[in-house]
Design a protein around this ligand. Sequence first.
Ligand SMILES: [Zn+2]
Length: 301
Amino acid sequence: MRAIQKFCLFLLLASFCWLAPLQRLNARTPTSLPPERRSSADSSATNSKRAFARTASPGLAAPASGGLREVIEDRYKSRYQEWKREFLSTDIGRAQWEMYVHHPRLVLTITVAGNNRNGAGTGKYKWNDAGELIAATIVLGSQADQGYPSSVYYPVMNALEPFESRQLIGGSVLAATKIAHEFGHVIKIASTPEALYLLQTQLVPVYNKIFLSNGYNVSDPRLVELAKKMGGNPVELWEDREYWGEANAMLFLRDRVAKERFHCRLFGKIKHAVEEYAKNYEERFAEIAKSQGATYACSWK
Ligand SMILES: [Zn+2]
């Protein structure tokens, strides 16, 4: 796929997972505040604040330690429980969920919203003074059990489509796969230095603006310099993040469909899309394919 086409697709899809962190930047509170104050000062996190108010001790705006907070409106509760049950039906889903339930520092909030209905996003990141991630929010679209994103950036979620149309899986498997994808973002961001993340968030719009006005010339010295500072151009940064999300989605599906007859067909479809669009990132997917139990393993090579 040509670089310009990929860049345009990146701009088109950016709302799926990228915009939430961008919007977060301006609302971010000073790091000199203690964690409790930072949460209470966050005017953009109204829903999270309501959740904190319900779960924290009286007088505190946020819990002193980490944990998992589910902030789900009544109208979405039933479908959310179904998606969650699907996610927790796997060993990996349970393990990751428990990790955040008992996390010593990180407050992971999960909510469902009506905008970006078929999508999902992760953002509202906060770090403490020691550089550790202490807050993140996953927003699931209210119809996350529908809609298959492009195979270019979402080779795992996209691969499910024919299996749903043949009624081999239900929409809740798709929604649970989206949850796994978002968990992949949280896991990855926890190992990303705050300064690098903020630098990328600030410079990506600058890069895009120049790119769109210089005749799509990626060799422009200004863009070369910006990419060097950020650790890659926006498409490369985007791909790397999304493919980490997809790798975690694949980990979930590895367990979820392990005993299904179509297991190897699904993995074959993922492999085909990875080879077509994500060749530079194949290793992370191949590792997961190889980690299958011997009984159910299907060949990746
Ligand atoms: Zn994503």
